[in-house]
Design a protein around this ligand. Structure first.
Ligand SMILES: [Fe+2]
Ligand SMILES: [Fe+2]
Length: 282
């Protein structure tokens, strides 16, 4: 079996992560980057330009005058939002429709989008944060599964089937059949992608249920979001809900009233996100 490093190296040979996505992520993380640099890089990707203009002219931004220039759009949308838009564009192609027993990329896309939206909602409503980094972590937290699907698909399916029938967490079954797991692989990929540390940690540790993470931290928020998404039938592997660590359960209980409202509002927020980021061809 190839190691997680070899998997990521092979995957990167196969599907180069879009240059634009990597560059934009670097720009967001660098304090010295200018709006001009954003503009220059975005302009290289026409699909991105169209989506960005669509986003900035959507009711979400409530602008009176239509924005038609990339430079203005960058200013209105803001760097973090832009980075998330670019990440969604980069990942969308990776989650192409393809279904086989045990694992489905389409299901994974819905799962990832739901976890992203929930992570942002939790960050904003429960903790009063901006929520954009949490959104990003949510959308890419399971990207390691795509790498495994691509390179060791048969073993991943076996792991998913064992997971469906068993009562341990998914990474343990992956460790048995693949000798690594999607959290490790995703973490390496995010490292290559120059993701910021707290997002990287969230990807690497989102299945570590035996550790206590600060509340709030991106990894704890993603774990809560994952739990809610799975309970609402948006699991990465159909029908599975792993129990939430006790301290996070306690936190949810304390804020139960807020979480109830949040869950009630989720379908509306998902529809909104679909308007903003959805694929027109679908
Ligand atoms: Fe996962
Ligand atoms: Fe997940």
């Amino acid at each position: 079996m190839p190691s997680s490093k070899e998997l990521v190296a092979k995957f990167s040979d196969l599907k180069s992560l879009p240059h634009v996505a990597i560059r934009v992520t670097q720009l967001v993380n660098s304090a010295s980057s200018s709006m001009q640099e954003f503009e220059d890089i975005i302009k290289l990707d026409p699909v991105l330009v169209i989506r960005m203009l669509k986003l900035v002219n959507s009711p979400f931004f409530g602008l009176v005058n239509k924005v038609e220039s990339v430079s203005k759009a960058v200013v209105y949308i803001g760097m973090q939002n832009l980075r998330n838009l670019v990440a969604i564009e980069a990942l969308r192609d990776l989650f192409e429709d393809e279904t086989a027993e045990g694992f489905s990329r389409r299901l994974l896309w819905h799962h990832s989008a739901t976890v992203a939206i929930l992570s942002q909602m939790i960050a904003k409503r429960i903790f009063g944060l901006v929520g954009e980094d949490e959104f990003l972590a949510g959308i890419i937290h399971d990207v390691g599964l795509i790498v495994e699907d691509q390179l060791v698909g048969a073993e991943l399916r076996r792991a998913c089937l064992n997971y469906s029938e068993g009562n341990r967490i998914i990474t343990e079954y992956e460790n048995e059949t693949i000798e690594t797991n999607h959290a490790k692989v995703g973490g390496l990929l995010a490292y290559q992608w120059n993701m910021q540390d707290d997002v990287l940690v969230a990807i690497k540790k989102h299945h570590q249920h035996d550790k206590v993470f600060p509340i709030p931290s991106i990894v704890a928020i993603v774990q809560i979001a994952e739990y809610i998404a799975n309970r609402m039938k948006f699991a990465a592997v159909a029908g599975k809900v792993d129990p939430l660590p006790a301290y996070l359960k306690g936190h949810m209980k304390e804020r139960m009233a807020d979480y109830k409202v949040l869950i009630k509002d989720l379908p509306g927020e998902m529809a909104k996100a679909d308007d903003l980021y959805g694929d027109d061809e679908e």
